[in-house]
Design a protein around this ligand. Structure first.
Ligand code: GDP
Length: 369
């Protein structure tokens, strides 16, 4: 499943939010066959009504929703890229995630110390961005050094190296202006050439404004939230308002009391559901399905992924040995009533390596082992 790393300065509410995610995941785990949850990894299901419909049509024994893994990445402090705090260990954890959720403190509480002495979302966001930028610059420096030595033997590898070098130089220039790598316009070829570096500022960020419970019904009444919103749009990133405290309290209440509690705060649902949905939407995630007698399962991919890449989400062998994918849209599947019926009606397409998987596709992969 897709990984979202929770980062933020100390005392902004990361662990509180993460623990709420874990408790929520545990409650779901009673219904869904999720794998074990590691200490810093919490897994939550992405609700999707299409799953039960497909699984009825395929007479599946069970259905498995898509999930998002939330990884608690503690330890980011000023100077992390220089090795302060958990430093590089922290940064290598971020390298492995698909997206970053930065918790930004927007609640006032004099009993809880803020590392910089006051609530200041802009400074919090700048500190983290700078650390990520420093780390990327460092990596780019090293890579460019290597590329300059030019080990490429044939024309094709030379061209590849040349593409990578020019892409990195473009990125380097903007990073030095304090801008993230994702703001650099690159061709698909250039993007591919630098993918192996897993640059941190290439990853999409969602800002999670952690607000006081009294602000939940109207977060934008809080000037700190308005500031985060302004910065998020400047940085082409998303924003979700949440109260980590409320989420954590909710997990301790019986279901029927949760609704009452939320009502008393002037909201209709838990912010966690919202966070999951927003994460999904803002990251441009798509769902495709596999559906058979054993199970119907939703898989999460990034928008624009090709059929082999989508197959690779299931297993890397599926990607390596990909031959083709028998594909039918969700609507066609439901209209036909089954995969076999869709095939008879000619609605099942045989798609090759170049096919870009569409939202709701039901797929059957053919591959060499
Ligand atoms: P972390 O260092 O970012 O992981 O922060 P924690 O989750 O440990 O939270 C730091 C402190 O702030 C704890 O005492 C939390 O109970 C408190 N806290 C977290 N979220 C909220 C909130 O929304 N409102 C208030 N008032 N306190 C919060």
């Amino acid at each position: 499943s897709l990984k979202a790393g929770i980062v933020g300065l100390p005392n902004v509410g990361k662990s509180t939010l993460f623990n709420a995610v874990v408790e929520n995941g545990k409650a779901q785990a009673a219904n869904f066959p999720f794998c074990t949850i590691e200490p810093n990894v919490g897994i939550v299901a992405v609700p999707d009504p299409r799953l039960s419909i497909l699984s009825q049509l395929s007479k599946s024994h069970r259905f498995v929703p898509a999930s998002i893994e939330f990884v608690d990445i503690a330890g980011l402090v000023k100077g992390a890229s220089q090795g302060e705090g958990l430093g590089n260990k922290f940064l290598s954890h971020i390298r492995e995630v698909d997206s970053i959720l930065q918790v930004v403190r927007c609640f006032e509480d004099n009993d809880i110390v803020h590392v910089n002495g006051k609530i200041d979302p802009k400074s919090d966001i700048d500190v983290i961005n700078l650390e990520l930028i420093f780390s990327d610059l460092d990596q780019i420096d090293k890579r460019l050094e290597k590329l300059r030595k030019g080990k490429a033997k044939d024309a094709q590898s030379k061209l590849k190296e040349e593409t990578e070098r020019s892409a990195l130089e473009k990125i380097q220039k903007l990073l030095m202006d304090g801008k993230p790598a994702r703001s650099v316009p690159l061709t698909d070829f250039e993007k591919d050439s630098i993918r192996h570096l897993c640059l941190l500022t290439m990853k999409p960020i969602i800002y999670v404004a952690n607000v006081a419970e009294t602000d939940l019904s109207e977060p934008s009444s809080n000037p700190h939230v308005r500031e985060v919103l302004r910065l998020a749009s400047e940085l082409q990133s998303g924003l979700v308002s949440i109260s980590a405290q409320v989420e954590s309290e909710l997990t301790e209440l019986p279901l029927e009391e949760r609704i009452e509690y939320l009502k008393s705060l002037g909201v209709s649902e838990s912010g966690l559901g919202n966070l999951i949905r927003e994460t999904y939407d803002l990251l441009g995630l798509r769902t495709y399905f596999t559906s058979g007698e054993k199970e119907t399962k939703a898989w999460t991919i990034l928008s624009g992924m090709t059929a082999p890449q989508a197959a690779g989400v299931i297993h890397s062998d599926f990607e390596k040995g990909f031959i083709r994918a028998e594909t039918v849209s969700y609507d066609d599947f439901v209209a036909a009533g089954s995969l076999a019926a869709a095939r008879e009606k000619g609605l099942l397409r045989s798609e090759g390596k170049e096919y870009v998987v569409q939202e709701g596709d039901v797929m059957l992969f053919r591959f060499n082992v």
